[in-house]
Design a protein around this ligand. Sequence first.
Ligand SMILES: Cc1cc2nc3c(=O)[nH]c(=O)nc-3n(C[C@H](O)[C@H](O)[C@H](O)COP(=O)(O)OP(=O)(O)OC[C@H]3O[C@@H](n4cnc5c(N)ncnc54)[C@H](O)[C@@H]3O)c2cc1C
Length: 366
Amino acid sequence: MVGSGPGGLTFARVLHRHGHPVAILERDPAPDARPPGGTLDLHEGLGQLALDKAGLLAEFQALSRPEGQAMRILDPDGTVLRDWRPGPDDRANPEIDRGHLRDLLLGPLDVQWGRGVTQVVPGTRDGVLVRFADGRQETYDLVVGADGAWSRTRPAVSAVTPHYTGVSVVETALDDVDTRHPDLARLIGHGSVAVYGVNRGLVAQRNSGGHVKVYAQFRAPLDWHADLDLADAGAVRSRLLALFDGWADPVLDLLRHGTAFVHRPLHVLPVSHTWPHVAGVTLLGDAAHLMPPLGAGANLAMLDGAELAESIASGPGDLDEAVRAFEERMWARANRWATITTAGLERLVSPDPAEALALFDRVQPS
Ligand SMILES: Cc1cc2nc3c(=O)[nH]c(=O)nc-3n(C[C@H](O)[C@H](O)[C@H](O)COP(=O)(O)OP(=O)(O)OC[C@H]3O[C@@H](n4cnc5c(N)ncnc54)[C@H](O)[C@@H]3O)c2cc1C
């Protein structure tokens, strides 16, 4: 298995539960080699179902933040347009820090850190050949590419590569928000605050421990930063403040107080990405169906991983048949979600901000 993101780890953890060992090949040199990222909401029928299959639902419920489902929407002038809070027993989409989820899934798993895969070659005499960045190579019966957007496994089954959506995100963060920025803490509440303007939006999400992630999203050509040093936090902050010029001060404070800025141009795979089945290699998660980040990607990756593991573990049937059946199921589900999230991105970062509000009202009534 290539990749130890949410999809790969769920796959490995469900197999582990059924007593099947799996080699987990991960490029990162250690679990904490990179910041783990922001908060994820895990849906009842997707990510939570996957955790149930891994026997981890109760632990997830203890770690997750149901109050994090709260969502406030503001006009760029600061007017509160919607202020939605979950009911006391609402467990539909609780939030969990990515780092907490990773640690929960890792549990007893033995990841081979620092093993970047460069190429996967199916159909050799000894099985599927995997080449590593350090020059070594090994063969396996089945290689599962759970290696994300820029998968090195994908070329073994598909020539398709991700394309730019026209929307870029710049991410920043605030620490100790309750003590250092109490006004912003109140603005964000227990969950998220989103502000939508013309072709741009700002979203701030509370993580645990008073940490807040802020996402500035806007329509722009891929090279919008050609004249900017992205490593220069002051320069990026100034550019963002110019881009959101005229927005209310408390909203702009989310950018003013941001420390480091990370550029994330949004790429996607085609909505109905499939491939002719290749014996011995498959993909799951973003490697198979990268889509706009509207709260589905990690959920889908986890359910893919859990379902593939279950179909393999429920043997003694033919391994290849189990993989084929999984692919058909994954493609159908991914197609539905890619359609939804692609349309969603069009409405959330839109020339008409009322579109974003209408979308919110449709998915989060009352
Ligand atoms: C800003 C943002 C916010 C998001 N918010 C949400 C959300 O709220 N809810 C949600 O469900 N989804 C969200 N997503 C989407 C979600 O992050 C992804 O869909 C999810 O992480 C995909 O999981 P994965 O396991 O398929 O891949 P990844 O999480 O990308 O994991 C891939 C793993 O493979 C490793 N790897 C990569 N290449 C190699 C290689 N060559 N060799 C070995 N290892 C390799 C990587 O180091 C990584 O550990 C968001 C995305 C973004 C960008």
